[in-house]
Design a protein around this ligand. Structure first.
Ligand code: 5GP
Length: 189
């Protein structure tokens, strides 16, 4: 995805703690055209995986997961970090430590929305330590469903998430893979 890489080069800001800020197009303000292109790309990469549902976590994963689900013609489910009063039904729960917020959230999905036999594609904006992606995979497992793969917009390959996903035997597709940050600049793998 050259357009994504260009956008990261032009607008990404490398922050302390190995954090890349891309709030001008991905995490706060959203570029809808790029989001549609990236969703199409994930849908093409997983076209033969017989995906029945896309799963992400609120809030930054929702936009990219939505355009992916739109191109795959399947529903999108987003895991919630805070349980609402409306979620009185039974839920699947997992705990995810946030790389950026430095806190653990109890993340939940209504049992009604992921059933046994489903083929779930997990989508997220970033991959760092793999907490979010593997936490979502845990929810899919609790549901008796199958994770067909994980699609990530920006993978920081110098952090262990990719390795952990490989060890779990799950297919990983990243649209941009960052090898390192050097002097405030992004170096792609
Ligand atoms: P992980 O769970 O793999 O450790 O981290 C992934 C999650 O943390 C993503 O859902 C994303 O919200 C956040 N995250 C991790 N690294 C970055 C980063 O460099 N920049 C931004 N904006 N978010 C990140």
């Amino acid at each position: 995805m050259n357009r994504l890489k260009e956008k990261i080069r032009r607008e990404g800001i490398v922050q302390e703690g190995n954090i890349l800020k891309v709030d001008s197009f991905l995490n706060h303000q959203i570029d809808p055209v790029l989001m549609m292109d990236m969703g199409r790309e994930f849908a093409e990469r997983f076209a033969t995986a017989q995906v029945t549902k896309v799963l992400t976590i609120e809030s930054s994963g929702i936009a990219i997961a939505l355009t992916t689900a739109l191109h795959l013609h399947v529903p999108l489910v987003f895991a919630r970090k805070k349980r609402s009063e409306l979620m009185k039904e039974e839920v699947f729960i997992t705990h995810i430590y946030s790389f950026t917020k430095k806190e653990t959230s109890e993340v939940s999905v209504l049992r009604r929305f992921i059933g046994p036999g489903e083929r779930v594609l997990i989508i997220d904006d970033f991959l760092a330590n793999g907490e979010a992606a593997l936490g979502l995979a845990d929810i899919v497992k609790q549901a008796g469903a199958t994770v067909v793969g994980i699609g990530i917009v920006i993978e920081k390959a110098f952090q262990p998430g990719g390795q952990k996903i490989a060890e779990a035997g799950i297919r990983l597709e990243s649209l941009a893979k960052i090898q390192s940050f050097q002097n405030g600049e992004v170096v792609f793998a």
